[in-house]
Ligand binder design. Structure first.
Ligand code: PLP
Ligand code: TYF
Length: 394
């Protein structure tokens, strides 16, 4: 039977991660996979998570099953982190999932059950797993313009024009903050315009929130999702804790379903639990429990927020340094967008040939579309990258 398996496309980002590991050069620089790294190149366990882990090890007396939607305290803590008081608790149902990816997939399956003909509108470009999973589920998909390569910012006119072509009931997938792969984000007034067009055209927002706290702050990064929660009748949120709690391999995510009509919350909750059961029964609990402990304990929470601020400030500083180094070398401000971008990624705007050259000649690994993980830099490697960008003629 296995010989009949069709060959599946690989994941370019994961392949790049392996190619980097196999490269023997000492001076190589990994700007590929979206994992946070500190100035020493490490991805440490956050102090607040480590302390929660210590406490959990002491207090945990059983590892029996929790529930198909995970621990309700986790879903509630995630609701408060993401939505704060934008809507009251009885308008939101939540379930733990195995990372943000499973939350995204369960959100799609929920749409497939309720509205199988709805188009899923994705940004051009977006995280490659978005179109991959949507196609795998055989769901109808369209793209809206998002990135303007000329400015390095959002092509907002293009985005609004394309969204105006969506049909009532269609679903619009938006990155809540820190857009992957471009780094270009909507500002508050643009979020308001997007909400308004979605409200009048009766489109359904589906928010992928994987980097809350990496952009401008925990609240600032949730501006869009909170504004939509206040103004839209319904919304789906797929949240990941992989990055902002640094619990990548523990697989922590949440699916949140928001509705103005509290009468539909029961069936939404049951469906979220059902979808978990069809995929893997119970979601993992360990990481979700650590996240809940950190969010609900004032001291751990303060420690985590301080650690997250350091990460965010470090990324902003590297962005400023890189933009400055390129300004010095080119005598122009055409890379100024790198300092405006937020989150871990920026799309540099290099061709595939230039990306290949930077990898082959300088050992600098970025994704083929010229997405760079800013966290792969430190103050001493910024000039090396700037030199390579100029040498490659970007
Ligand atoms: N969505 C986006 C945009 C991402 O970049 C990621 C990154 O890993 C995820 C979702 C899901 O992450 P995970 O499944 O590791 O929680
Ligand atoms: O975009 C990234 O690099 C991260 C990590 O299949 C990632 O989101 C990359 C590929 C993948 C899953 C996660």
């Amino acid at each position: 039977m296995f010989e009949a398996l069709p060959q599946q496309p690989g994941d370019e980002i994961i392949a790049l991660m392996q190619a980097f590991r196999a490269d023997p050069r000492e001076t190589k620089l990994d700007l590929g996979v979206g994992v946070y790294r500190d100035a020493h190149g490490n991805t440490p366990v956050m102090g607040a998570i480590k302390e929660a882990e210590r406490r959990l090890w002491q207090s945990e007396t059983t590892k029996t099953y929790v529930g198909l939607a995970g621990d309700p305290e986790f879903a509630d803590a995630m609701r408060r982190l993401i939505l704060n008081d934008a809507v009251s608790a009885d308008h939101v149902t939540g379930a733990a999932t195995t990372g943000g990816t499973a939350a995204f997939r369960a959100g799609l399956e929920m749409i497939q059950l309720a509205a199988p003909d709805a188009q899923i509108w994705i940004s051009a470009p977006t995280w490659p797993n978005h179109p991959s999973i949507i196609s795998y589920l055989n769901m109808p998909m369209s793209e809206y313009r998002y990135f303007d390569p000329e400015t390095g910012g959002v092509d907002f006119d293009g985005m609004m024009t394309d969204l105006s072509n969506a049909a009532p009931g269609d679903v619009v997938l938006l990155h809540g903050c820190c857009h992957n792969p471009t780094g270009a984000n909507l500002n508050a007034s643009q979020w308001q315009d997007v909400a308004e067009i979605m409200r009048t055209k009766r489109l359904i927002p589906f928010i992928d929130l994987a980097y809350q706290g990496f952009g401008n702050g925990l609240d600032a990064d949730a501006y869009g999702v909170r504004h939509l929660a206040k103004t839209m009748p319904e919304m789906i949120i797929a949240a990941s804790c992989s990055k902002n709690f640094g619990v990548y391999r523990d697989r922590v995510g949440a699916l949140l379903l928001v509705s103005q009509d509290t009468g539909v919350q029961g069936v939404a909750r049951d469906t979220a639990a059902f979808l978990n059961r069809q995929a893997y029964s119970f979601p993992p609990d360990h990481g979700a429990r650590l996240v809940t402990m950190v969010l609900n304990d004032p001291n751990l929470r303060a420690q985590w927020q301080a650690e997250l601020s350091d990460i965010r400030d470090g990324l902003s500083l590297l962005r400023t340094e890189l933009a400055h180094a390129l300004r010095q070398r080119t005598g122009s401000d055409r890379f100024g967008f790198l300092a405006e971008h937020r989150g871990m990624f920026s799309r540099l705007g290099a061709t595939r040939a230039q990306v290949d050259e930077m990898r082959e000649v300088h050992g600098i690994y970025m994704v083929g579309d010229s997405r760079m993980n800013i966290a792969g830099l430190n103050t001493s490697t910024v000039p090396l990258l700037a030199d390579a960008i100029v040498a490659a003629g970007v």
